[in-house]
Design a protein around this ligand. Structure first.
Ligand code: COA
Length: 260
């Protein structure tokens, strides 16, 4: 079991803490597996009424580990990746999910937030989804959740332009509920989770279920995204984007398209 995800249950709240600050909390297969197992076991437990995702070291998450991307792209792996298994679980989660975001949130560090019911962020939070820059498309059902939460224009800006949003922009766009000072972030998120945990459980879960709508629509969007994503993942442009990141140089997509 990885040490890079810490799971604690306290007062009806499951805290899922990402502890890989030296790699900006980039998520590897074992980390996804640990988070999936935590979400799964909570579904069968009366002890958990809400989940809180939180980063560490002044970072939420730099998204999927690009070394993992690179390996899968090179191997042409057809297995369902741990990241996909985690993503497929998200629409099936029945308990409220809360995120506490300090510093960078990139890729799945942002798309996870679209599944969360409450998101708190610090003034230093920054949100970026460079999927297209990596030769890929948005994931985790964001094709549907993004326009629904943010409106089409903002969703396109976030996902296609791929530029970073600061905390104020994210709050104005509806991605974030409130911006709070860094030293109050965890307290704020936990207090909200505990307030939810103290409420009548059946009513809370029913209210959330009705507000969320049909989870099958999100699962379908995830499946549709995966079929596009799989092909793009093996494209010369995606390989060039991953290689350029690992070699710490700008990508040359025109050269990659010419087969260079
Ligand atoms: N996958 C793997 N390693 C990552 C990573 C990722 N997604 N994000 C950061 N890291 C690693 C870096 O390679 C570096 O490792 P090293 O110390 O062994 O060289 C370490 O984390 C620190 O990152 P660094 O780039 O030096 O920090 P920074 O503050 O200059 O930049 C980011 C931080 C997040 C802006 C930058 O690392 C980045 O762009 N990461 C990729 C984000 C991304 O594209 N994620 C996938 C989205 S789909």
């Amino acid at each position: 079991m990885t040490q890079e995800i810490e799971i604690k249950v306290d007062n009806g709240v499951q805290i899922i803490r990402i502890l890989r600050a030296d790699k900006k909390n980039a998520l590897t297969g074992p980390m996804y597996d640990a988070m999936s197992a935590a979400l799964d076991s909570a579904e069968k437990s009366e002890a958990v009424a809400a989940h809180v995702f939180i980063g560490s070291g002044g970072v939420f998450s730099a998204g999927n580990d690009i070394n993992d991307f690179m390996r899968r792209s090179r191997d042409g792996s057809q297995d369902v990746a741990p990241s996909q298994m985690f993503i497929q679980r998200l629409p099936k989660v029945t308990r409220p999910m809360i995120a506490a975001v300090d510093g960078l949130a990139v890729g799945i560090g942002v798309t996870l937030l679209l599944h969360c019911d409450l998101v708190y962020a610090t003034p230093a939070a920054s949100f970026r989804t460079p999927f297209v820059d990596l030769g890929l498309i948005q994931e985790a059902g964001s094709s549907v959740l993004g326009p629904a939460r943010l409106g089409y224009a903002r969703a396109f800006e976030l996902f296609a332009l791929g530029e970073a949003w600061g905390a104020a922009r994210a709050a104005e766009a509806g991605l974030v509920n409130a911006v709070v000072p860094a030293d109050e972030l965890e307290t704020k998120a936990l207090a909200a989770a505990r307030r939810l945990a103290a409420k009548p459980r059946a009513a809370l879960l029913a209210a959330r279920r009705m507000l969320k709508g049909d989870p099958a629509l999100i699962s379908k969007a995830i499946a549709d995204e995966v079929s596009v994503y799989k092909d793009l993942m093996r494209s010369p442009e995606a390989k060039e984007a991953f290689t350029a990141f690992l070699e710490k140089r700008p990508p040359d997509f025109a050269k990659a398209r010419r087969g260079g």
